[in-house]
Design a protein around this ligand. Structure first.
Ligand code: ADP
Length: 278
């Protein structure tokens, strides 16, 4: 009965999804998409949660990642899926999978653009319609987790996603950097979660210190601990910090190239920085 009034197509898809997690950040460039991608990758490499009905065949959780950052979709690139296409089937759009076992399903407006340099210039109603299609027309199947990467701040996309997700108990993870501006922006995002009744699972401090690729020592470029203090003050869980890691930039920004090289057996380790002349 809690789904009363929801779109029937969305209800049909989302009743098969166990946990829906939105990834939020107060502002852009703090690593929200990177965290979304890493969250999806790490969940899909772990066993399904208790009570899972995803019928996973390889003992790993079934995960979907939906990129609703419509004007700046970066999930395809970060997962090495630039240039891939979604397929239309009789039962809706087939998402792009990162792996042969189909543990991680990916959907992004990036797959629908002709060129990766095309941009989406849409008004609210068209964005609404796209998000509705992403939730109701994509063949997500039985998922343990659906991770939703949202645009920075709080915008049309957040409001319409939450409307469509009403009754499906979504929750949120917040991403911030240690800098003050980012923290103030996060207060606005937190206010949004309170006004909309969206439970916050916790906060992640990203770009927290610089991890030297050579000596592994961590330098606190923009300070440290701001995220943890914010979490404490606002009564939300602090989930941990991720340092600035040049290896991560390379992996995320050149994921496609990396995947190809890996296949060719040229890449040994992410932290193996080839720019190091020593
Ligand atoms: P957002 O989604 O918040 O706009 P992104 O995830 O696109 O941010 O990250 C912005 C840039 O910062 C990307 O180039 C990404 O590779 C890089 N980045 C994110 N997190 C880290 C990190 N912990 N270490 C190094 N680079 C990072």
């Amino acid at each position: 009965a809690s789904h009363l009034g929801a779109d029937p197509k969305i209800t049909r898809r989302l009743t098969r999804v166990k946990h829906i997690i939105l990834v939020l950040s107060g502002k852009g460039g703090v690593g929200k998409s990177s965290v979304s991608a890493q969250l999806a990758l790490s969940l899909s490499s772990q066993p399904p949660p208790e009570g899972s009905t995803s019928n996973s065949t390889n003992g790993k959780a079934k995960v979907g990642i939906l990129d609703i950052d419509l004007t700046g979709p970066s999930i395809p690139r970060m997962l090495g899926l630039d240039g891939e296409n979604v397929r239309q089937s009789s039962d809706g759009w087939v998402p792009v999978f990162t792996d042969a076992q189909q543990n991680l399903a990916v959907m992004s407006v990036g797959f629908l653009l002709r060129s990766k340099n095309d941009s989406v210039v849409w008004r609210g109603p068209k964005k609404n319609a796209m998000i509705k299609q992403f939730l109701g027309d994509v063949r997500w199947g039985d998922l343990d987790y659906l991770i939703i990467d949202t645009p920075p701040g709080t915008s049309d996309e957040h409001i319409s996603a939450l409307e469509y997700l009403n009754g499906f108990h979504p929750s949120a993870v917040m991403v911030t950097t240690p800098q003050a501006v980012s923290l103030a922006d996060n207060l606005r995002s937190l206010d949004f979660t309170r006004k909309t009744g969206l439970p916050v699972l916790g906060l992640i401090e990203n770009m927290s210190g610089y991890m030297c690729p050579h000596c592994q020592e961590c330098t606190n470029v923009w300070g440290k601990g701001g995220g943890e203090a914010l979490a404490q003050r606002e009564g939300i869980r602090f989930l941990g910090r991720i340092p600035i890691d040049p290896g991560l930039v390379r992996l995320l920004d050149d994921a496609r190239e990396e995947a190809v090289r890996k296949e060719a057996g040229e890449v040994t380790k992410a932290s193996d920085d080839s720019s190091n002349p020593r």
